[in-house]
Design a protein around this ligand. Structure first.
Ligand code: ACO
Length: 336
């Protein structure tokens, strides 16, 4: 069957030839959380769709997860680190404030002179990094790029705050992108930001504005703070708007999308989004029940599951959409 969209050339011809993910071994169930918090499996399940989440153990760090995920993507693509000429790392939890996470992942992968840098755009970081890698490939700055999302918000949440700590999980995902002629590649990109909403999700202390002091630590200002209801409302509208804009740029109808891979923030947000876009549930990838909200890692982890389950076929259209702190949001539409 020849579809209309197949004739259109991608704005960035490329193939995702490898995907990989890594989840820490330690798993926390809702019942585990209810053993030390005033919460319940029923509350968490019905409000968020989350049943379990993976968390880093003491001594483990996000860069290790990123390295594992990238290695798996390289293995799938039958490529070695020497083939890679760009590494982008989306994360909100720098391994250290300077020099961040990307050099640690580059070191772990054994990259020598490959350029690398971190991309910080809240939970939309992976979408931004993917778009950036695509732009660099389009200009010829890169032929083979790894984009990693790695996150360990478990290290920045207050485990006594039931309104935030039940939502997040740790993990990493990665994709290997290769320039390719033909019809596969990025068809549309919409990146957006709304700085008036920067107060919806933040860690106030530890930066230049509010440096770490005994007082900031005692006041709990190094933990993630969230306005849940405001985020919920913003998230649905933002991802819907960006997806419509990316689809318009791609010159496809929303009905032509075969798979939507949304940021896994809350099952109810995902359901409201796809209802608004009139996309049937069977086209939507959901794994929040098992992994919770892994921020920048959520989309590459979900994509890796889809690919390894052999559900994606050449020529299919994928829409990846996310929102997050900042508020940054965006959608990338690509043809597999
Ligand atoms: N267990 C039991 N009760 C709880 C819990 C919990 N874990 N958390 C909150 N409650 C209580 C509240 O204290 C409140 O009690 P009260 O009425 O006595 O004051 C009651 O439940 C209702 O709380 P609400 O905040 O109104 O609950 P809501 O229905 O809004 O759901 C939730 C909260 C799940 C956080 C929702 O607002 C949400 O998902 N928002 C979006 C969150 C999100 O997407 N965050 C990440 C975005 S960016 C990124 O991904 C990094």
């Amino acid at each position: 069957m020849t579809l209309g969209h197949q004739k259109r050339k991608p704005v960035v011809p490329l193939r995702i030839t490898g995907t990989g993910a890594y989840l820490p071994q330690k798993v926390l169930t809702n019942a585990d959380l209810a053993s030390f918090l005033e919460t319940s499996d029923e509350w968490i399940r019905t409000r968020t769709g989350i049943l379990t989440r993976h968390v880093l153990s003491q001594g483990e760090v996000p860069a290790q997860m990123g390295v594992r995920a990238a290695e798996r993507a390289l293995t799938m693509a039958k490529k070695s680190p020497e083939d890679v000429d760009l590494l982008l790392v989306a994360t909100n939890v720098p391994e250290e404030p300077i020099p961040g996470t990307a050099p640690h992942i580059a070191l772990g992968l054994g990259l020598k002179k490959t350029p690398f840098f971190d991309v910080t755009a809240g939970c939309a970081g992976f979408i931004y990094a993917l778009a950036m890698a695509g732009a660099m490939m389009r200009t010829g700055l890169s032929c083979t790029a790894i984009v990693v999302g790695t996150e360990a918000l478990s290290r920045f949440i207050n485990w006594q705050d039931r309104s935030t700590c039940v939502l997040f999980g740790d993990g990493a995902g990665a994709v290997l992108l290769e320039r390719a002629e033909g019809n596969a590649g990025i068809l549309g990109i919409a990146l957006r930001g709304d700085p008036t909403k920067l107060g919806l999700l933040r860690i106030e202390a530890g930066g230049v504005r509010l440096p770490a002091t005994v007082d900031t630590v005692q006041a709990g200002k190094h933990f993630l703070q969230m306005e849940g209801k405001g985020l919920f409302r913003a998230a649905v509208g933002m991802m819907a708007e960006a997806t419509r804009a990316a689809a318009a740029q791609a010159r496809i109808a929303l009905s032509e999308i075969d798979w939507v891979i949304p940021h896994q923030a809350n099952l109810r947000i995902i359901e409201a989004l796809v209802k608004r876009l009139r996309i049937p549930a069977e086209k939507v990838v959901v794994n929040i029940d098992r992994v919770a909200n892994t921020s920048t890692a959520s989309i590459p982890i979900a994509l890796d599951e889809l690919v390894r389950a052999a559900k994606v076929e050449r020529g299919q259209i994928l829409a990846l959409t996310a929102f997050g702190a900042g508020a940054c949001y965006g959608t990338v539409i690509l043809r597999w």
